[in-house]
Design a protein around this ligand. Structure first.
Ligand SMILES: Cc1cc2nc3c(=O)[nH]c(=O)nc-3n(C[C@H](O)[C@H](O)[C@H](O)COP(=O)(O)OP(=O)(O)OC[C@H]3O[C@@H](n4cnc5c(N)ncnc54)[C@H](O)[C@@H]3O)c2cc1C
Length: 455
């Protein structure tokens, strides 16, 4: 089984599974970005707090170890989605997002976390005429919201990154995103947390949480338990174990390939001197970037939902998707014909109907959850960890009043309607892509309602 490029090196050490009965102030379930940033935020505010992190597998085993490594400032799954859902608070959310990204970068430097962080900016490419006009219009609209973009015509786009597909480009200069190695970052955060006394147990699947006098009891499949004042659920697309969270998200499988390192000739044949994070502008889009050792990571397009919101290691590989991704790659970069892709993997994305993280509390305020970044959680999870901390330790904080924090997304219906709805929307998105971006009745109705499906 290929677990992926970022996870190719085993961690230096893996912690012991939880056994026996323990006590803590806060238990965090899940050692991806959300869980670990929460542990950092909690101990920033109260260094004496006893925090225990329980992880079913190993640090970064979930989406945090399988993503593209695009770390963006946006907390709203991009500016356009923010305009749609949170126009009244967007200015503040944008500011918080930029501050969050700056703080994330500063954290890596302060703690010497070498995660191959590159401040390159991004380029989005149009490969259909309708997208070219949308790009032109978007430059002005984005500027009204403080985001400075630069339009590239066909020649300029192709000069930047050599592909016959490009008809235009949209450059976002450095400042609102960085490219990084997500596993190095995640393991680095875990190291800092451990240095602060946060106790991590890997190989420890949480099976249930019960309310107990003055707190909660967290039980695990290893037979251990922890009594705590609070529990934080940070299990992302795997959150189906908690019934209450099931309506909030659908797990959507997204896949990626990583090539062998490019030779000097191959490197010269594609341009891409700025090493920016790249994507195309279709509904079913590709994202691609260079790794520190000059491989190409190429992912996206297929977004696969399995009936019953199923997740599991057997879904991490999908040969037909890998094949499709390769075909699309060589259509984009025919000059690299013959390049091989030794790494291929998939991961589950926690998609909500409005594409943004959602928060909530249950068990009388003793259980707090954060999930739903919909494919843009590498940066936003740090902010979410701070919000979760505020729920527990700083309930008067202003940002707990953001509508993004207080109001839940519209829930997904139960099966079999859920599967039918997701498949119908996917079909319509594909049709719109093949039809010059023209959206049919279903998509237009969902747009009106502010509902969607994305990865
Ligand atoms: C293929 C792919 C590409 C992506 N690309 C990008 C990108 O380029 N940029 C971006 O910003 N975002 C991207 N994302 C999304 C991003 O990776 C996620 O939003 C982010 O990592 C979510 O972090 P998390 O900690 O909430 O979840 P996860 O990293 O999934 O962590 C959840 C953890 O909980 C553990 N767990 C689950 N159940 C239990 C249990 N019962 N008990 C104990 N532990 C449990 C899991 O093992 C896992 O380690 C991508 C995601 C995927 C899958």
């Amino acid at each position: 089984m290929s677990i992926g490029y970022w996870l190719r090196h085993r961690p230096e050490a893996v912690s012991e599974p939880l056994r026996g009965s323990h006590a803590a102030d806060v238990v965090v379930v899940g050692a991806g970005f959300t869980g670990l940033w929460t542990a950092i935020a909690l101990t920033d505010t109260d260094p004496a707090l006893r925090v225990v992190v329980l992880e079913a597998e190993t640090v970064a085993h979930g989406a945090s170890g399988r993503n593209g490594g695009f770390c963006e400032a946006s907390l709203t799954h991009g500016l356009a989605n923010g305009i749609l859902h949170f126009p009244d608070e967007l200015e503040r959310l944008e500011r918080e997002g930029i501050e969050n990204l700056d703080a994330l970068i500063a954290f890596t430097r302060e703690h010497a976390i070498d995660c191959d962080l590159e401040e390159t900016g991004t380029i989005s490419f149009a490969d259909r005429p309708s997208q070219v006009e949308e790009f032109r219009a978007w430059v002005d609209e984005a500027a009204e919201h403080g985001e400075q973009l630069r339009f590239l015509d066909r020649d300029a786009a192709q000069a930047e990154v050599h592909s016959p597909r490009w008809q235009a480009g949209l450059v976002r200069p450095p400042g609102r995103d960085v490219m990084l190695d997500p596993v190095k970052l995640c393991r680095g955060i875990a190291r800092v947390a451990a240095g602060r006394g946060v106790v991590l147990h890997e190989g420890t699947r949480v099976t249930g949480v019960e309310r107990r006098a003055g707190g909660v009891l967290v039980q695990t499949a290893t037979g251990g338990s922890v009594r705590a004042d609070h529990v934080v659920v940070a299990t992302s697309a795997y959150s189906g174990w908690l019934r209450r969270l099931r309506p909030l998200f659908v797990p959507v499988y997204d896949y990626a390939l990583v090539s062998e390192p490019l030779s000097d000739d191959e490197r010269a044949a594609i341009g891409w001197r700025g090493r920016q994070g790249l994507s195309d502008a279709n509904n079913q889009f590709h994202y691609f970037r260079l790794t520190a050792d000059d491989r190409i990571l190429w992912g996206g397009y297929d977004a696969i939902y399995h009936f019953g919101s199923r997740v599991g290691p057997e879904l991490d590989e999908r040969p037909e998707t890998f094949e499709r991704l390769e075909q699309h790659f060589f259509a984009t970069f025919p000059q690299l014909e013959g390049l091989r892709f030794p790494y291929r993997w998939g991961g589950a994305i926690d998609t909500t109907s409005r594409f943004t993280v959602t928060f909530g509390q249950t068990l009388g305020g003793r259980l707090t959850y954060a999930l739903g970044y919909t494919g843009l959680g590498v940066g936003a999870s740090r902010w979410a960890g701070g919000v979760v901390r505020d729920f527990i330790l700083r309930p008067d904080e202003d940002r707990l009043r953001f509508r993004l924090v207080t109001s839940p997304p519209i829930p997904f219906p139960p099966e079999p309607l859920r599967y039918a709805a997701v498949q119908a929307v996917r079909h319509e998105l594909d049709r719109a892509d093949r039809n010059e971006g023209r959206r049919g009745l279903l998509l237009r109705t969902l747009d009106e309602l502010g509902l969607g499906f994305d990865s």
